[in-house]
Design a protein around this ligand. Structure first.
Ligand code: SAM
Length: 178
C-alpha cells in the first residue's frame, strides 16, 4: 500500500529484456517510494524473481504485473477512476500542477522508454514535466512520486519482511525478523 494513495506505474514501450537494468531500477524506485504496482507489456523472468526476492527480504506487497498493452492499462485505469499522468519533458511543469494532482487519491503514472507513441500524450489526463530538459524516466518518476505524496512516502512502513534496517550514523545494522 502506498501512503494514503493508490499509485500504480506504467512503463510504455517494448524491448524490456534488453533494458533489464533500467527496468529493475524503475521497479525498485516505484516500490521504495510508495507505488503499489508496475505494469509492463513484457516481463522477464529474472526481473520477476529479483523483485520477489526484494519483497521477501524487505517487505511484501509490491507487484509487477503484465498487461496486454500500455493502452489497455490506461483504459483500465480510467475505468477504475485513476488520474492518468504521463511523464514527459514536453509536459507542464510539475511544480505548476502538483497541488491539483495531489487531489487525486488513485493515480496511474506512465513513463516512456526509448520511444513514446504520440497517442500517449492524448490519452493521458496530464502530461507532466520534471524540468523541460531531457533526462531519465527513473529520476522523473522519483521526483513525481515524492511530490504527489508530499514526502509522506519516506515514512512508509513495509509489510511482512525477513530483514529490517536499523538506521545508524555509521556502519550497517540489520535486524532479522524471521
Ligand atoms: C530517455 S527518455 C526518452 C524520451 C523520448 N525522446 C520521448 O519519446 O519522449 C525516457 C522517458 O523519461 C521520461 N523523461 C525524460 N525526461 C523527462 C522530463 N524532463 N520530465 C518528465 N519525464 C521525463 C519520460 O517518461 C520519457 O518517456
Amino acid at each position: 500500500m502506498s501512503v494514503g494513495k493508490s499509485i500504480r506505474i506504467l512503463r510504455i514501450g517494448h524491448r524490456y529484456v534488453r533494458d533489464y537494468r533500467t527496468l529493475t531500477h524503475l521497479c525498485l524506485v516505484s516500490r521504495a517510494l510508495g507505488a503499489e504496482a508496475v505494469y509492463l507489456e513484457e516481463i522477464d523472468d529474472g526481473l520477476l524473481e529479483g523483485i520477489r526476492e526484494v519483497n521477501e527480504s524487505w517487505g511484501d506487497g509490491f507487484q509487477v504485473l503484465k498487461v496486454p498493452s500500455w493502452k489497455s492499462a490506461v483504459s483500465e485505469a480510467k475505468k477504475e477512476g485513476r488520474t492518468v499522468i504521463h511523464l514527459t519533458m514536453y509536459g507542464l511543469p510539475v511544480q505548476d500542477k502538483v497541488e491539483e494532482l495531489r487531489r487525486s487519491s488513485r493515480l496511474l503514472v506512465a513513463v516512456g522508454g526509448p520511444k513514446v507513441p504520440a497517442e500517449a500524450y492524448q490519452l493521458a489526463d496530464y502530461n507532466i514535466a520534471v524540468t523541460s530538459q531531457p533526462h531519465s524516466e527513473i529520476a522523473a518518476l522519483a521526483i513525481v512520486l515524492h511530490e504527489l505524496q508530499s514526502g509522506e512516502e519516506l515514512k512508509k512502513e513495509f509489510g511482512p519482511a525477513k530483514l529490517k534496517i536499523v538506521p545508524s550514523e555509521k556502519g550497517k545494522k540489520v535486524e532479522k525478523l524471521a
